[in-house]
Design a protein around this ligand. Structure first.
Ligand code: G
Ligand code: G
Ligand code: MN
Ligand code: NA
Length: 255
């Protein structure tokens, strides 16, 4: 309860900020953009991780203003970096909670932020977990179709770890599968995980979807995923999530 009150204040007082983890094109090794990840610098408790405060935000409804702030800040930053890079587009992925779909105005909020920040819709990717496709299915499907119509990209985060059936991939307008890092961990050896990662990459290819591997920590994992034809990757091997100034340098130098 105390954390809830603190989180409300933190939002008002600007104590939340974003870190950015680069997304790398496996074919060219170029940094093409980032995933925005929320951070909370608490005045007394120090850094509080999203694993702690996102569930609180979801349970209390604070995720709605928090999510709006994250989207706005991430888009604003992407536009700034794109300008600094003479127009080379910065792709920005933002995590969207299933609770944000409870609100009928999600599409208007996204459209408003794109317009206000000048962010081209095709540079924004919204990441959601399979839960968005499993609850309030008809309502969420309608919102996803309207988001697609804006021109934004839709990704399924932590793909392969949920409980939904694969049939939803046919029904929902999904562009990108993010391969959960649990499948990437033991890549390289002839393990079942290698077979699963390969299966997800081939599934994405056959459905015309892009694939992003998460949690790459070693060159061997990178090489295996590149061999499979996976398009993009993130992970400590390239960079941890870093503050904005560092991320901006990574993009401008990583061309
Ligand atoms: O770096 P890391 O500890 O940041 O992220 C932990 C988890 O918190 C991830 O599962 C990520 O999806 C989630 N997360 C981070 N930032 C946000 C955010 O702005 N919104 C939502 N909904 N989830 C986030
Ligand atoms: O669930 P989501 O994928 O949105 O959150 C990303 C989470 O994964 C963040 O907590 C981020 O810090 C973490 N992460 C990113 N790259 C790596 C990695 O290479 N190894 C590990 N162990 N965690 C990672
Ligand atoms: Mn994510
Ligand atoms: Na993930």
């Amino acid at each position: 309860l105390e954390l809830e009150a603190d989180l409300r204040l933190a939002l008002e007082r600007g104590q939340l900020h974003l870190h950015y983890q680069p997304t790398v094109d496996l074919a060219t090794s170029e940094v093409i953009g980032f995933e925005a990840l929320a951070r909370w610098q608490h005045p007394e408790r120090g850094m509080i991780t999203p694993a702690e405060f996102i569930p609180i935000a979801e349970a209390t409804g604070l995720i709605v203003p928090l999510g709006r702030w994250v989207l706005n800040e991430a888009c604003r930053q992407a536009v700034e970096w794109t300008q600094a890079a003479d127009g080379r587009p910065v792709k920005m992925a933002v995590n969207v909670s299933v609770r944000q779909f409870d609100r009928a105005d999600l599409v208007e909020v996204v459209a408003g932020i794109l317009a206000e920040t000048g962010m081209p819709a095709d540079q924004l990717c919204l990441e959601m977990t399979e839960s968005v496709l499993m609850t309030d299915t008809d309502d969420n499907l309608e919102q996803l179709l309207r988001l697609k119509a804006l021109g934004v990209t839709l990704a399924i985060d932590d793909f392969g770890t949920g409980y939904s059936s694969l049939a939803y991939l046919r029904r929902f307008p999904v562009d990108t599968l993010k391969i959960d890092r649990s499948f990437v961990e033991r890549l390289g050896a002839l393990t079942d995980d290698t077979a699963l990662a390969d299966t997800i990459v081939q599934l994405g290819k056959s459905l015309g979807m892009a694939t992003v591997a998460e949690g790459i920590e070693e060159f061997g994992q990178l090489a295996a995923l590149r061999e499979m034809g996976c398009h993009f990757a993130q992970g400590y091997y390239f960079s941890r999530p870093v503050p904005a100034d560092e991320a901006g340098r990574l993009f401008l130098d990583g061309a």
